[in-house]
Design a protein around this ligand. Structure first.
Ligand SMILES: Cc1ncc(COP(=O)(O)O)c(C=O)c1O
Length: 463
């Protein structure tokens, strides 16, 4: 049986012992991450063929060539291909809640279709939804906006990309604490700006050191991107630390803050969320991004939003008006229902958060039992970012040397059949990201597999 993987490679699956043979074969022959990252090999033959047949210039814009494809998407696609080929891979790579969209939200979407609410909406979003967003931001976040200071988009990703494009000039610097969500540096590059990555440390819960921030600000610094609760670390910025950051930001009139608060509701008490724009003096220079994908389990509905001072938001809206126009009318009706579920999403959201918390507790306890790993207990989101660097430099029999987070992920996919994302994708190669948006039973099985796969490594010699 021959199967085509996402990059076009064919894999032959033997009938017996199929999963093991298949996955080892995949791991060695594809080396998928470097190939997909540079994206060269798979296109070469088709380009040559078309050049021979037609006088077509195959060049791609240098702006796009500078952008790296998402490694999270690459590994998720590979894991999906393996599952479709019959390999029982446990997928803990995707950043997507495993819950269904709560029924009242889904019903609102269905009703929108039934009632013929299926036409273009205003570019910035319906007045009904923008008013509901303003109400939410006032009640839950202590920030006041009017509907003309809000633009609704096809996902928070679009909101973020438009914001970066709207405020950055070529050569501007975008300050991004690492570990970072994979898209931030690429969004900066797409805007012809330069990402300036500021490392953090696991011993500081991956939180930005204000002194380091201060030392890296230049006259080119235009944007500081903060993400709390964080993807990939689950860290939550305490109010006191945000206030220190705000004091530094306040000294630099050109510097704006893009505050990604999409995991706001997925937070574990007593930890609380603080919106950066609510801090004294920060409203004028903060662009607040939020969305429905994570807390309301609405990834496929594609809905996010940005709020901020009117001239910046109008610029984001201008970009949107030429790229996509308004978001889905149906999703917007569903989003109004989501915001109507009550404070912080009411019981529907708190039930999901309770399940996430139980999983986090299980995973933190389980991984703390493994030799050599370091963990900072996450206070929000649904990810663990675990330092596995203890295993680097070791030789795995039949696999080769574990060099870094990418080779460890390939090893764990190959031997353990668990799909995780290498920390290098997030700017920290010491770690690996585990998404716990999966049932406790699945997570228990994944932990068993990871532990088993690591046993021979922990006693292997460093090479
Ligand atoms: C930190 C962060 N911001 C923004 C997004 C984008 O979310 P969406 O475009 O689904 O609203 C994601 C999704 O993974 C994320 O993890």
């Amino acid at each position: 049986m021959a199967n085509t993987l996402h990059n076009g490679a064919k894999c032959r699956i033997p009938l017996r012992n199929q999963s093991l043979t298949f996955s080892r074969h995949v791991s060695r022959s594809l080396s998928f991450l470097p190939k997909t990252r540079h994206g060269k090999q798979s296109n070469t033959s088709s380009v040559k063929a078309s050049q021979a047949d037609f006088p077509v210039d195959p060049s791609i814009s240098p702006r796009v060539n500078a952008v790296k494809p998402s490694k999270t998407v690459a590994i998720s696609d590979l894991a999906t291909s393996l599952v479709q080929a019959g390999v029982p891979v446990i997928r803990l790579a995707a950043g997507e809640p495993d819950f269904d969209t709560p029924a009242p939200i889904a019903e609102a979407g269905i009703n929108a279709i039934r009632e013929g609410y299926t036409r273009y909406t205003p570019n910035a979003g319906t007045m009904e939804l923008r008013q509901a967003i303003c109400h939410k931001l006032k009640e839950e976040n202590g920030i006041n906006y009017t509907p003309d200071q809000v633009v609704v988009s096809n996902g928070a990703k679009q909101s973020l990309a438009q914001a970066v494009l709207a405020v950055c000039s070529p050569g501007d610097e975008v300050i991004i604490p690492a570990p970072f969500w994979v898209s931030y540096p690429e969004m900066a590059r797409l805007a012809d700006a330069t990402p300036v990555i500021l490392p953090t440390s696991i011993s500081d819960n991956f939180l930005l050191d204000p002194k380091l921030l201060e030392s890296k600000i230049t006259e080119r610094s235009r944007l500081l991107i903060l993400c709390s609760p964080s993807n990939p670390t689950g860290s939550v910025y305490p109010k006191g630390l945000l206030e220190k950051i705000a004091q530094i930001v306040a000294k630099h009139p050109r510097l704006l803050v893009l505050s990604d608060e999409i995991y706001e509701h997925i937070i574990y008490a007593p930890t609380i969320h603080t919106s950066f724009a609510s801090l004294p003096g920060m409203w004028d220079r903060t662009l607040t991004v939020n969305g429905f994908s994570k807390a309301f389990a609405m990834t496929g509905w594609r809905l996010g939003y940005i709020a901020g001072p009117k001239h910046f938001i109008a610029a984001c809206g201008k970009i949107q008006s030429q790229f996509t126009s308004g978001a889905s009318s149906i999703a917007q009706k569903a989003a109004v229902a989501a915001l109507g579920l009550g404070y912080a999403g009411g019981e529907a959201v708190s039930t999901m958060v309770k399940a996430f918390r139980e999983r986090r507790d299980f995973l933190v306890k389980s991984f703390r039992e493994i030799d050599g790993v370091k963990i900072s207990e996450p206070q929000g989101a649904f990810y663990l970012f675990i330092d596995f660097s203890f295993y680097y430099g070791r030789e795995a029999e039949g696999f080769g040397k574990i060099e870094d987070s990418e080779s460890l992920c390939r090893y764990l996919l190959d031997v353990g059949q668990v799909a995780l994302v290498p920390g290098s994708a997030f700017g920290d190669d010491t770690c690996i990201r585990i998404s716990y948006a999966e049932s406790l039973t699945t997570l228990q099985a994944a932990v068993e597999r990871i532990k088993k796969a690591l046993i021979p490594l922990s006693s292997a010699a460093l090479v």
